[in-house]
Design a protein around this ligand. Structure first.
Ligand SMILES: NC(=O)c1ccc[n+]([C@@H]2O[C@H](COP(=O)([O-])OP(=O)(O)OC[C@H]3O[C@@H](n4cnc5c(N)ncnc54)[C@H](OP(=O)(O)O)[C@@H]3O)[C@@H](O)[C@H]2O)c1
Length: 209
């Protein structure tokens, strides 16, 4: 299955590098496929990975990762008219000034995104940890946890496999409405890392016994 990653910033490039290194087919969807930043990224990721305009990446891919600022989500959603059958991984955090959730607590970015994408299966994932952890999710040799949610069990299984391929332990928090919990979790990570001074080498881990 081909993975289309929309956005070539911290998250998009980390996920693209990770999956490409595990032999997955990756295409970046970007506003500037020929730009210097994207060409440098392609050189780093290695052979077989391409960069194309956003509508082309969506059309070519079975799985799409939204790795853009939340305020670009609507534009990306409207870049193509047919999302039927696609798995869409929403990695965004809807951050407003003052570290607030732009969508509040009675809905979520993921649920709003799903309304833009009729026929697609939206899975929230890769939003609760820093991009560096996506490239290296082991702490003292133990995997950190990736919290996911979504309404389509098959889509969640696919996303679970993709997260495990990168080295994460996966915790399924439930239906897409659980993004109302997972998105504020990201604010906890950001607050600890940035405001409380712990830095970016921190991660959530679910322990079990
Ligand atoms: N940084 C983290 O550690 C982290 C962790 C978890 C989740 N997140 C969330 O993941 C998302 C991406 O974060 P990031 O740190 O990777 O951001 P970033 O480094 O700023 O990259 C975002 C990318 O999105 C694309 N983009 C920006 N504006 C766009 C627009 N109007 N239309 C289409 N594409 C646009 C750009 O790619 P092109 O220039 O190639 O088009 C840009 O490189 C955000 O929602 C963030 O909250 C971030």
């Amino acid at each position: 299955m081909k993975i289309g990653i929309i956005g070539t910033g911290n998250v998009g490039s980390a996920l693209g590098k990770g999956w490409a290194s595990q032999g997955h087919k990756v295409v970046f969807g970007t506003r500037q496929p020929e730009g210097e930043k994207v060409q440098k990224l392609l050189a780093e990721v290695g052979e077989g990975v391409t960069a194309v305009p956003i509508p082309d990446a969506i059309q070519q891919s079975d799985i799409i990762v939204l790795a853009t600022p939340w305020n670009a989500a609507s534009d990306v959603a409207h870049a193509v008219t047919n999302w039927r059958g696609k798995i869409v991984i929403d990695a965004t955090n809807p951050i407003a000034p003052g570290l607030q959730l732009a969508v509040g607590h009675t809905t979520s970015a993921a649920e709003q995104l799903a309304t833009f994408l009729p026929g697609a299966s939206v899975v929230k994932a890769f939003n609760t940890t820093g991009a560096e952890n996506m490239l290296d999710p082991l702490y003292d040799g133990d995997p950190i946890t990736m919290f996911i949610c979504g309404d389509d069990a098959d889509a969640k299984n696919t996303v679970t496999e993709l997260a495990e391929t990168l080295g994460f332990d996966v915790a399924d928090v439930g239906g897409l409405e659980a993004a109302r919990l997972i998105e504020p979790m990201a604010m906890v990570w950001i607050t600890l890392a940035m405001k409380q001074g712990l830095g970016r080498n921190i991660a959530f881990k679910l322990v079990r016994r």
